[in-house]
Design a protein around this ligand. Structure first.
Ligand SMILES: Cc1cc2nc3c(=O)[nH]c(=O)nc-3n(C[C@H](O)[C@H](O)[C@H](O)COP(=O)(O)O)c2cc1C
Length: 198
């Protein structure tokens, strides 16, 4: 596994814009450099859910992180971006949220845009790839795609927060999932206390 301070973040048009905005904030605060690419549907969903574009959401995340860390956004057809090649070091990649369409494309190696190409690269280079998948209920196609990605070394995280922490706000639910994402990315941050910890 690479110890590069650089993380790729893919954003798709599944429901869950608050997740990527908070994850970006936490990773920037932890001084990671984020390389971001998103689908056009990600913008549409961000508008629907949090009334902003992805670009605006990232600006908010950077401001909330006190201006720490750095981020760059790459066009979805930019195959000259570093994340398109295994020669560029990355700590790993998170796809947050991951639509069933993108999940299926990754499961079948369809590197049709930068996001799915980067995911393909993470798998072939045996780097961390974490997918926050969001859909319900799940069809056999979804389940088989999740199985294929898992067998190839990716980690599927269903966007299903636990309630045993007694969440009081939507932000608490979001933080639960962002903590789990950080855990699987091997990012040493703690925004939700570990179960059983003082
Ligand atoms: C408001 C909204 C919410 C959506 N939520 C989901 C979702 O939770 N999961 C999903 O797989 N697709 C969802 N979709 C559909 C995807 O955006 C659509 O399948 C799209 O083609 C995904 O493409 P992408 O993966 O390139 O972003 C949603 C669409 C809209 C407009």
């Amino acid at each position: 596994m690479s110890d590069s301070p650089r993380i790729a973040l893919g954003i798709t048009g599944a429901s869950g814009a608050p997740y990527w905005r908070r994850l970006a904030e936490v990773l920037l605060q932890a001084d990671y450099e984020l390389h971001i690419t998103h689908s056009s549907n990600a913008n549409a969903v961000a508008q629907a859910e949090i009334d902003i574009t992805v670009a605006q959401g990232l600006e908010q995340a950077h401001a909330a992180a006190g201006g720490r860390g750095r981020y760059r956004v790459f066009e979805s057809n930019d195959f000259y971006a570093p994340m398109a090649s295994g020669t560029a070091p990355y700590h790993g990649m998170a796809i947050v949220p991951c639509s069933m369409g993108t999940l299926s494309r990754i499961a079948h190696g369809m590197s049709a845009d930068l996001l799915t190409r980067a995911a393909d690269v993470m798998l072939k280079e045996r780097r961390r790839l974490v997918l926050l998948c969001r859909e319900t209920p799940l069809s056999l196609i979804h389940l088989e795609s999740m199985t294929r990605v898992t067998q190839a070394g990716g980690v599927i995280i269903p966007a299903s927060p636990g309630f045993y922490y007694k969440p009081q706000t939507v932000a608490d639910l979001v933080d639960f999932m962002v903590q789990r994402l950080c855990d699987q990315l091997a990012v040493d941050v703690r925004i939700v206390r570990a179960w059983g910890a003082e």
